[in-house]
Design a binder for this molecule. Structure first.
Ligand code: GSH
Length: 224
């Protein structure tokens, strides 16, 4: 298990510009946790990836976070790990809170329903290398599935402003940091989903999010 050096900040985030690493980084910023960013290259063959990175995450993907307890990877796991370590921030409902059922629902919806479609729409060639016809078909199917997801999310935040009503949680971070990418928008835009757009804009204006977007030099993506 690799742990942080005694004089290092408690957290180190392996980072790639404008990637899912931003979701974990927003969480660190929201919680005011001291951290280092270790910028790495990810879209290269596995054997060329930073060995310290691969030791922490054999999948070679970001986000990967070094914590005082050792490494952790997967966006959704990092969000919950940090929220549980810092319950005072209230970024997830406490045990016994009736909103917890929906917290888990949206948490998993965003990492296991929204995310796979986003990854396809971002780069279908990963799934069907060399098959351009197949990629176009996969994207077409995924766009339609994504429209359905936006409809569900739009209904969910109708009474908002957040997925759990008045309570801002890691689910909103998970949503906003994927939904800001134009690849996750249907080609006709987001006009049909005004509630979801309102929620998205609210989250994107948060100082923690603005700081992360500035560091990644993608502040313009918040103009939705
Ligand atoms: N399920 C993973 C997906 C992370 C992911 O796909 N990250 C991309 C960057 S946005 C990556 O590291 N890609 C490099 C690769 O797949 O080799 C998570 O949520 O952490």
């Amino acid at each position: 298990m690799s742990v942080q050096a005694p004089d290092a900040p408690p957290y180190t985030l392996f980072c790639w510009r404008n990637s899912y690493a931003m979701t974990a980084q927003v969480m660190l910023e929201e919680l005011g946790l001291e951290h280092d960013l270790r910028w790495i290259t990810i879209h290269i063959p596995m054997e060329q990836k930073d060995p310290a990175f691969l030791k922490a995450n054999p999948n070679g993907r970001v986000p990967t976070l070094l914590t005082p307890e050792g490494p952790i990877y997967e966006t959704g796991a990092i969000l919950v790990y940090l929220a549980e370590r810092h319950p005072e921030a209230g970024l997830m409902p406490a045990i016994g809170d009736p909103r917890r059922r929906h917290y888990w629902q949206w948490h998993f919806y965003l990492v296991s329903t929204f995310q796979p479609e986003e990854l396809i729409l971002e780069d279908a060639s990963v799934y069907l290398p060399g098959d351009e016809t197949g990629q176009a078909h996969l994207k077409q199917v995924s766009v339609e599935r994504m429209r359905g997801i936006w409809r569900v999310l739009d209904d969910a935040v109708a009474d908002g402003p957040y997925l759990l009503g008045e309570l801002y949680t890691t689910c909103d971070i998970s949503f906003a940091m994927q939904a800001l990418w134009p690849s996750s928008h249907p080609p006709e835009g987001l006009g049909a989903y005004p509630n979801a757009v309102r929620c998205l804009r609210t989250v994107l204006q948060r100082p923690a999010v603005q700081r992360v977007l500035t560091i990644h030099d993608v502040l313009g993506q918040a103009d939705i």
